[in-house]
Structure formats: C-alpha cells, structure tokens
Design a protein around this ligand. Sequence first.
Ligand SMILES: [Fe+2]
Length: 298
Amino acid sequence: MYIVVQKARNRIIRKLTEIPFVQAKSELVYQKALKKHLVNLPVLSTSDRTLVETIKRDGIAITSLSALGIPSNPRFFQVAKKLMSEIPKSISSEKNEFVVHATSQQIMEHPEIFLWGVEQRLLNIVENYLGLPVAYQGVFFRRDIANEVAIQSRLWHVDLEDKKVLKIIVYLNDVNDDGGPFQYIPQSLTSTVVRSLKYRPRYITEEIMQQALSPSHWKSCTGISGTVIFAGTAGIFHRGKIPLADDRFAVFFDYTSRQPRQPFYSTLTLPKENLRSLVKNLSEAQKNCVFWQQHDKI
Ligand SMILES: [Fe+2]
C-alpha cells in the first residue's frame, strides 16, 4: 500500500516538474546548490579526477576492481562470488520475470557487499560527479536470466529519479555481447535522440530506438568478472541487453543527491534497523549518505 502511495505521489510530482515554469525554478535552485557546494567537494587523486571527467563527458567510465585498488576489493569480491552461488534461478515464466535479486536477509548475511558501496573513496568520486552531497540509495545484487523477456530495464530509458544519478555496476561473471551487457548511448547522442523522439519518461523499444539512431552507435559495456562501470544514468539512454547465452550476475550500487527530483524515491530495500546495524562502525560522513533524509537522522 505504501509503495502504491509513493508511486502515485511521484507521478504527480513528475507531472508538476514538466511544467516549464517549475522546471526553470528548479533549475535555478539546482544551480545555486551546485555553486554553494563547490568549495566542499572532496579532493580527488589524479586518476579519480580523470574518472569523474570521463563520466561527465561520456556518461560512462569503465574500469576494474584491480585498477581501482580499494583495500576492501578482494574481500568484497570473494563474498560477492560466494553469494552468487546462492541466488537461485527461481523466476515465474507466467509473470514475465527476468531478474532474481538477493534477498534482504542474504544482503545482511554478506555485509561486505552493502558496505563496499559506502567506501569513502567511492563516495568522493560520486560526490564530485553529482556536485552535491550523496544519498546512497542502496545495493541490488542481480541475477539477470537468459530468457526472452523484453520489458522494463531491458528497454531503453533515461533514469529520472534525480537530475544526476550514478550507478556503479560490478560484473561478477565475464560478460560478452551475448551475456547481457549494460548498454548505453553516449551522452552527446542521447541529447539528439531525446530531441528527435520528443522523449518523455517512458521505455523505448529496440525498434523505435533503431529508427532514431543506428545500432552502430549503441555501446555495450562488455568485460570480464571484476569489471566496474560508472554510469550517469540520468544523462544517457541505457538498458540491460537481453542475455542470450548465460545468466548475468552483477551488483548495482545506486546514488543520487539528497534532494532527488522524486523526493519519495527510495530504493533502499533494507529495513531501518538492519541499516543501523550495518553502518554502526562507519564514519559520520558515511552514515549521512545512508541516512540522508532529515527524518532518518541518527
Ligand atoms: Fe535505469
């Protein structure tokens, strides 16, 4: 019931934000907030700065756990690989399902996975990309099933939860072009397609996208297990290409600002008491990324 109310509220807010006057006003507020926060942005190493510049320019940056070299990477990867073997292939073919998520209980039993998403180094990268304080929207541990279902995130779309959304995607198995890679349309071409399709938030089928832009411009993020993709998903058309050969295993970490365009948007699937126990040894700054809503403050 709560989810239904949230979705209805978000629909109304989305409609309101399409009014030109409201758009102009919210753009002003946004620009002001960016300017104000500029002096507070954490300082990055040269390589992380390059990473952020790449995401800002192309909408995507692809790297790997080993290139990132975060100390907790080996443990995170080991635990994630273990959890991978515990995700059943249990989907209902009648309901057109195509993904199995790790349950809250499984995430709680493997805390290293949730906690990797609040590594301070990653938060610093996210904050520099967003230009604003970070809201960690949570982790999705996914098994994308090799079947024919072509709905929702398997169709082209632009995320609309916030002006900027960053997703960090870690592949847990090798993903080639038949393995269900994350696909995107580079940022500069996305603007062209938005104009030519007069795009309003919705899912776009393969056929319609083909008419708007030749598939030769569609990019597939292929890579071996341990590949890390930073995707600015509010600025690029993207989708999960249907896996043909094998199921794809990946972990998605989601981030927005703390004033998302959809204020009732929250993907955190874990109960508050679980979140509290997960973050108990983290710094105040990290906790604030998890409990970012005013009424959440701990
Ligand atoms: Fe998306």
